[in-house]
Design a protein around this ligand. Sequence first.
Ligand SMILES: NC(=O)C1=CN([C@@H]2O[C@H](COP(=O)(O)OP(=O)(O)OC[C@H]3O[C@@H](n4cnc5c(N)ncnc54)[C@H](OP(=O)(O)O)[C@@H]3O)[C@@H](O)[C@H]2O)[C@@H](O)CC1
Ligand SMILES: Nc1ncnc2c1ncn2[C@@H]1O[C@H](COP(=O)(O)OP(=O)(O)O)[C@@H](O)[C@H]1O
Ligand SMILES: [K+]
Length: 582
Amino acid sequence: MKDAWSSDEVRKAEEPLIAAGEPLMARAAYALAQAVLREVAARAAARPGGVRLHGGLGSDGLPGTARVRSGRTPGSRPGRPAARRGDVRGARVLLLVGPGNNGGDTLLAGAHLVRRGLDVTAVLASARAHEEGLAAFEAAGGHAVSLADVRVPPVVREALDSDVVLDGLVGVGARGALRPPAGGLVRALAEAQEAAGRRWPYTVAVDIPSGIGVDDGAVPGPVLRADRTVTFGALKAGLLLPPAAQLAGEVELVDIGFPADAGPDHWAGAAQRVTLGRHAMPGTDTGTGRVHRMEPADVAALWPAPTARDHKYTRGVVGVIAGTSTYPGAAVLATSGAVRTGAGMVRYLGPEDVGTRVLLARPEVVVAGGRVQAWVLGPGIPAFDPEEGPDDDGQARRVFGALAAVTGVLSEDVTGGKMPAVIDAGALTMLEHRLPAWAVLTPHAGELAELLQGLGHEVDRAAVEARPLHWARTAHQATGATVLLKGAITVVAGPGAAYTQADAPAWTATAGAGDVLAGILGTLLAGRSADVVADETLAPRLAAAAVLVHGRAAARASAGGPVAALEIAHAVPGVIAELLGG
Ligand SMILES: NC(=O)C1=CN([C@@H]2O[C@H](COP(=O)(O)OP(=O)(O)OC[C@H]3O[C@@H](n4cnc5c(N)ncnc54)[C@H](OP(=O)(O)O)[C@@H]3O)[C@@H](O)[C@H]2O)[C@@H](O)CC1
Ligand SMILES: Nc1ncnc2c1ncn2[C@@H]1O[C@H](COP(=O)(O)OP(=O)(O)O)[C@@H](O)[C@H]1O
Ligand SMILES: [K+]
């Protein structure tokens, strides 16, 4: 499991270490410099002409040759000599330096780079700069200029002429959008980056891409897109949360000496762990701002893998109410997702003609009512309009009946009247009562916006996309349900925890992919139905696990190319075998 911390937690972790004289910044800066050197060396090794890191033409018009420049701003340095293959010397590095410790990290890393023979320029964006860092940088022979003196356009040109840019403007001490002058500089650089495409230098964010919301993953203003973020001590929530996570590139976590178990409880002096079945999990972390990301081993540990003692009913029966005569495909996709994830049995409830199509695709499905251990409700069922009444072959009536079982109004099932459920698409418009956490809502951003509007929030799709975790949490608090908000990075908000998963290739954005996900999650909930009802933190974890499996299945089915939704379902068994075998 990856655990990302809030800025407050990071501060609490740093305080005692700094008080004890631990050289945190020196460690951070050294690791940062090493990350840059690694990349420069790797790219230089791949290029016969030396350390030209990005595409484009060299001074003689040939790709990949060392450039010789006649002059430069800011400052003036001669062009570098052609470097040997793999030689990092002469690589040009631009440091963007802010006023705080983030700038300090960057200047100290710059000093290391200068000593290794790189050609490093620091642009100080503020009147203040980290004193020790600046002194070390200049003592090493680094060249520092003030943004106020050189202005923005020359800095943009300098960036375009560099091999590496380090974004050290602000880190976890920042709040809100970047203010001027750093904001103006980054806006200009980001525009140039967009225009330059692959010709833009390799960009490394120091701790975080400056300007992202450290705790909520918001992007309130200009941000320079990083190829790599070197982050110190702990992952920061904004590095895992959309939309900011999409600007962080590859995230490298550097150990600077934080204790391994330094979680929120640790710092509060109240370590509390709850034991869930076979798995010990952190206690509630709502309010600390922690965000988690499941990894394959976490999913394997949660998986309801069958044993010799199992039979089909103990393994979990999934009931699927999906599809209408107009949208029969969703029924096929949701039942296929459930079957391929290893349900003991899948029941389908719906119009006869749709049931026939389900059977043609998946003869294993039982097209008849009966006991189930979890429901999948809503894929391919239109939004419910109380004014017009149901026009959906009776599917709304069936969903309302199943929802009564979920909320415990009915009590004819193994969990004593409490039934886990996936509530998707049209079923999201049929919610009348407060829901338990074992009901998992699976909207995309547009559907979540509509749900929230119905609850009195002024929010549209774009607003949800701008702050996905915030709105998923809001919906969780308002409805009681676990909320799985689908997207390129999917966010899960439930009692005690938030998860973000980024497992799927962009090809997954295709009609029906969400129906398959609903089926996958239905099988997981059915497989651990009683546990899910007994422990309200389990549904969010299973939801995140389903997203991981779905994303990996999409990647497997895609193999780098387009993917059809049904093929995602077909790829699930291979993914599960890999997870459980590893
Ligand atoms: N503590 C340690 O030992 C270690 C710390 N480490 C490093 O320190 C970083 C945290 O450093 P930090 O706390 O000094 O804050 P930092 O992120 O540099 O920015 C604060 C400055 O930015 C300014 N500012 C604020 N908001 C702004 C905005 N919207 N737009 C523009 N400016 C804004 C703000 O100005 P002010 O509001 O005070 O005018 C203030 O001067 C952390 O991310 C990691 O890199 C590591 O080396 C490990 C050891
Ligand atoms: N850009 C993207 N990259 C990766 N996955 C995506 C992207 N966009 C959407 N997805 C995923 O594709 C699925 C689409 O689901 P959904 O919007 O419900 O479609 P449908 O209702 O047609 O099945 C979700 O699992 C979502 O997380
Ligand atoms: K930064």
